[in-house]
Design a protein around this ligand. Structure first.
Ligand SMILES: [Zn+2]
Ligand SMILES: [Zn+2]
Length: 266
């Protein structure tokens, strides 16, 4: 079975990711408009009919902006934990009752041919989760908003063949930038976001044998550039003596446009 991945949009203005096989697909987050999601999928010849559900990570608007319309117009089932649902469903957010699916933490469930597991990460929302998605012996882990990598999330990250991980800010750009002091502190905190150096240092310490693709995600518009994120990762890996062999690929996910489709073959 194939395992395909593509980012439709990644960053603080909106997140949505597609994972699919020959028959079906799922989305992770719906942080851009439902119209954009439908258009991007159509451009890739992916029918909305094949999308079996959307997995939600947390209640920040850059992850749920399009959720209301997707569930109302497309009747798309949406999956997340009870605690995340409690933080999403408010008088202002009308999610059809019959589209709400509750999932447990750290227990596999099966959807669209995938085994999916949600795990908790540290971030400044009532609850935030990462996803680990398997098809046969191929594994994708997605962690886009987290202040640090804890003992719970680390094993899921280390197991991935394709890793989508946040590289939110360049430490120097944030420090010297215009954000107010309290916001800088919030972003840097253990419940904020991962910086380029934080992500790179973690990746320099793990075994790369099965890690074929690294996608750096959720880059800040104001405190990062794709060049800085990539340069920091390459430099940190080479300082640790990790030489990227020709097999491994690093992508920086675009903020507003879809990435290329990455295909993992079993
Ligand atoms: Zn976010
Ligand atoms: Zn967030």
């Amino acid at each position: 079975m194939k395992l395909n991945f593509c980012s439709l949009s990644s960053g603080s203005s909106g997140n949505c990711y597609y994972i699919g096989n020959e028959f079906y697909g799922i989305l992770i987050d719906a942080g851009i408009s439902a119209t954009s999601i439908r258009k991007f999928l159509r451009d890739m010849n992916i029918s909305m009919q094949t999308i079996m559900g959307v997995m939600i990570t947390h209640n920040h608007s850059d992850h749920i902006k399009g959720l209301e319309v997707l569930t109302r117009k497309n009747r798309l089932p949406a999956f997340t934990t009870q605690k995340v649902w409690e933080s999403i469903v408010s008088p202002g957010m009308k999610i059809s009752r019959d589209c709400i699916r509750e999932i447990p933490l750290q227990q596999k469930f099966h959807l669209a041919g995938f085994d999916i597991e949600a795990f908790p990460v540290f971030h400044d929302a009532p609850e935030t989760i990462g996803y680990h998605i398997c098809s046969g012996n191929k594994k994708i882990t997605i962690v886009t908003d987290l202040g640090h990598i804890c003992q719970t999330s680390a094993p899921y990250i280390k197991e991935a063949n394709l890793l989508v991980i946040e590289s939110n800010y360049d430490e120097q750009m944030l420090l010297n930038g215009r954000y107010p002091y309290y916001l800088k502190k919030r972003i840097q905190s253990d419940n904020g976001h991962l910086g380029n150096l934080q992500t790179s240092t973690f990746l320099a310490d793990i075994d790369h044998e099965n890690l074929s693709y690294i996608c750096l995600a959720h880059l800040s518009k104001n405190n990062n550039t794709p060049e800085k994120a990539l340069e920091t990762l390459k430099r940190t890996l080479s300082e640790k003596g990790i030489n990227l062999n020709g097999q491994q690929r690093i992508s920086i996910l675009n903020r507003n446009t879809p990435s290329e489709m990455i295909r993992l073959v079993e």
